[in-house]
Design a protein around this ligand. Structure first.
Ligand code: AMP
Ligand code: MN
Ligand code: MN
Ligand code: MN
Length: 284
């Protein structure tokens, strides 16, 4: 099992737990370096840092971005969360999220389902996501579970589907780079695009200044991992990995539970990035 996890969520976006609790379970799992990468927000980072209990905390974020009409998630690792470039972009993303919630609320009202906005007001979160809406639908008895809520209501073919006009991929990559971070394409095999399109995406990402590819995460088969490794090597990208942890109850995505990067010199790992090396010197 890896000693790091560079993709996790807290209740500041759609994770269930506090950053403090994440630190606790990460330590129990034997993790030494942990990145908190909440959707479009960095508000959980101070709490994680002040409760790190010896963990090395990596400032992170996961930015919902648009590339050729497809939603792509870009991780920003080692960002300065207070930098104007990233804070302005995230402020706008959160605004887009609030607007989308408003549209979902209107559609739900037409179906006779009210109370979403009141439910959301009482949550301790910064970035409003469809997971929060799905939790609401389950708690009100409109869906049996979150998967069904996505299928019936929130997914692309759902009754209240409301797309969001996320920032362009180049904007997220630029903001991450401007704030000192490393941009990494999250879970590349989870997008519904052809391998040809994935190649084009990686090329555009690289040209925009993107530097990393997530090549290891839960439920990824050997063939896919091999393909992603090849893609990273071909495009000279640094390789990262993470669980995409959201909750202890999602047993298939627990902190630190994903294949190791299998660093036998073939790939460039994220640890070899100059910014990572500079950071390690700071800590040694
Ligand atoms: P959003 O970024 O607001 O569109 O919310 C997307 C989040 O919903 C993702 O980050 C996942 O955590 C979650 N999600 C997406 N699809 C599903 C699904 N089919 N079932 C359960 N959760 C999902
Ligand atoms: Mn999520
Ligand atoms: Mn994602
Ligand atoms: Mn994620």
């Amino acid at each position: 099992m890896p000693f790091f996890d560079f993709h996790t969520h807290s209740h500041f976006s759609d994770g269930e737990h506090s950053p403090q609790h994440l630190a606790k379970i990460a330590l129990e799992a034997g993790i030494k370096q942990l990145a908190l990468t909440d959707h479009d927000c960095v508000d959980g980072l101070p709490e994680l840092k002040s409760n790190a209990l010896g963990l090395e905390v990596i400032n992170g974020v996961e930015i919902s971005s648009t590339w050729q009409n497809t939603e792509i998630h870009i991780l920003g690792l080692l960002i300065d969360p207070g930098h104007k470039a990233i804070s302005e972009l995230l402020e706008n993303q959160q605004h887009l999220r609030r607007e989308r919630i408003e549209r979902i609320h209107q559609k739900l009202c037409k179906l006779g389902i009210s109370g979403l906005l009141e439910y959301l007001e009482n949550l301790n979160c910064k970035a409003l996501t469809r997971t929060h809406v799905s939790n609401f639908l389950v708690s009100e008895g409109h869906s049996k579970n979150n998967q069904k809520a996505f299928k019936v209501f929130l997914g692309k073919k759902g009754k209240v589907y409301s797309p969001a006009n996320w920032c362009d991929l180049t904007e997220s990559v630029n903001a991450i780079a401007a704030s000192g971070g490393i941009a990494v394409i999250a879970h590349p095999s989870r997008y519904s695009i052809s391998s040809r399109a994935l190649n084009a995406l990686v090329k555009d990402f690289r040209n925009a200044g993107g530097e990393g590819l997530e090549i290891s995460y839960p439920n990824i088969d050997q063939a896919t991992r091999k393909n992603l490794k090849t893609l990273a090597i071909k495009n000279n990208l640094y390789c990262s990995g993470g669980s995409d942890f959201h909750s202890c109850s999602r047993t298939w995505a627990q902190i630190g539970k994903f294949p190791t990067l299998q660093d036998n010199g073939e790939i460039k790992t994220i640890f070899e990035h100059p910014s990572w090396k500079a950071r390690q010197n700071l800590h040694s």
